[in-house]
Write a protein of this length. Structure first.
Length: 411
């Protein structure tokens, strides 16, 4: 113990005159451009837009973000692309089964990603840290959207073109990785969203040109045995393709629209009252495709594929506030939020790395204080790229010292 204390004292003396300032990641909106096969971004604090910053896959599909990473699912080649949020550089590519046509993904808290495979009728379980496909779950035909909520994953099975039969939602238990229930819903279910009361809203597009757009609402504990059950439905009409629900319980669904522009439908997610359906839509840009609810910024975004734009909407009314130009075929969107980024090495969260952070880490090692979960994430710096190895030890202290001295290769 004395040797450890002496070593700690030497470390503190070595680093006391050095300090590393935190690298800032602004709140950033990333936009996937389907036709140009690129990624664009907008600084939500300044409004500055950088288009086509990165070439992605031949057929990019969806975006997701977590801590300081952005993820892209490519249908072709079948893969997940991991992007560093500090540098916008590709960190790794994770291959998925050939011919599976990966479509959508949902992240969990234990470094797993669940990916729907449209042509394989499966969901792949991917360990995002190791890059290994850890398992495969058979679901319904033509799975597209996926939502993780309260220990379960809900998968929208379209039923496959052109019949869309059977149209179902598979409920997967995340502990056992088994489908525990299959629920019949409306024609061509594509996307899902969670309402403020914990219910799952399933967007069923219907068949093109048949004005069948409908929302099916699943109560996760609504059946007599406490399992999931369909509790209600809302008829919107048209051919909506996505769904978002605000913190106030307003549901929105975009529709590609007509020659004059895209449509946006809205309803009360709690009561089912319809505000705007296919007979009375809100007008947005041409080719309205995807929605993104930004709870932190209290905004709603819609991507317009034909216009190559993203529009910011007033979430209370759905009316357009601003329009931004992005790349060719603006498709999916995600926000990387710096409030969710644990800055490695900055143990006390003061915006810099210095001797105080070293002292705090040593206190954890000597059991002088138990770290909070946030402090643990910031102090856990060993592992590839300082990503952490879920264990606090002397190596973490050494890495923090090297960060201060500028000799650690960390983001």
């Amino acid at each position: 113990m004395n040797h450890l204390l002496q070593a700690c004292a030497m470390v503190i003396c070595l680093v006391f005159c050095h300090e590393l300032s935190a690298q800032d990641i602004p709140r950033t909106l990333y936009v996937l451009n389907g036709l140009s096969r690129t990624l664009s971004k907008m600084n939500l604090e300044t409004g500055a837009i950088a288009n086509d910053i990165l070439v992605v896959g031949d057929v990019p599909s969806r975006l997701a973000a977590e801590t300081d990473k952005v993820y892209i699912v490519n249908s072709l080649p079948p893969e997940i692309v991991v992007i560093d949020g500090y540098t916008d550089h590709i960190q790794k590519r994770i291959s998925l089964p050939e011919g599976s046509n990966p479509w959508d993904m949902a992240l969990t808290d234990d470094h797993r990603v669940y990916v729907t495979n449209l042509m394989a009728n499966t969901v792949s379980i991917v360990n995002i840290e190791s890059g290994i496909v850890a398992g495969t779950i058979a679901v319904g035909e033509g799975p597209q959207g996926i939502l993780v909520a309260d220990g379960s994953a809900y998968v929208a099975n379209t039923g496959g073109w052109p019949d869309y039969s059977p149209s179902t939602v598979s409920v997967i238990d995340l502990v056992s990785s088994h489908v525990v229930k299959t629920l019949a819903v409306g024609t061509n279910p594509q996307e899902l969203a969670l309402d403020p009361d914990g219910r799952i809203h399933v967007l069923c597009s219907g068949r093109w040109g048949e004005n069948e757009g409908k929302i099916y609402i699943i109560d996760p504990y609504g059946d007599v045995d406490g399992s999931a059950a369909v509790a209600d439905s809302v008829i919107l009409g048209g051919f909506p393709g996505d769904i978002a629900i605000t913190a106030d319980g307003l549901g929105y669904a975009p529709d590609w629209g007509d020659e004059d522009g895209g449509f946006l439908y809205s309803y009360d997610a709690r009561s089912g009252q319809i505000y705007h359906d296919s007979s009375h839509p809100i007008r947005v840009g041409h080719g309205a495709m995807r929605l993104l609810w930004d709870g932190s910024g209290v905004s709603l975004f819609v991507s317009n594929f034909d216009d190559d734009t993203v529009q910011r909407l007033d979430p209370a009314s759905g009316l357009v506030i601003a329009t931004y130009d992005f790349g060719d075929g603006a498709q999916d969107m995600v926000i990387l939020d710096p409030l969710k980024v644990p800055f490695k090495g900055d143990v006390n969260s003061d915006g810099g790395i210095d001797a105080i952070d070293v002292i705090a880490s040593i206190h954890f090692l000597l059991n002088m204080r138990v770290p909070t979960s946030e402090e643990f994430l910031r102090a856990d710096c060993s592992g590839e790229g300082c990503s952490g190895d879920t264990i606090l030890n002397v190596i973490d202290v050494i890495v923090i010292v090297n960060m201060i001295l500028g000799t650690a290769e960390c983001p």
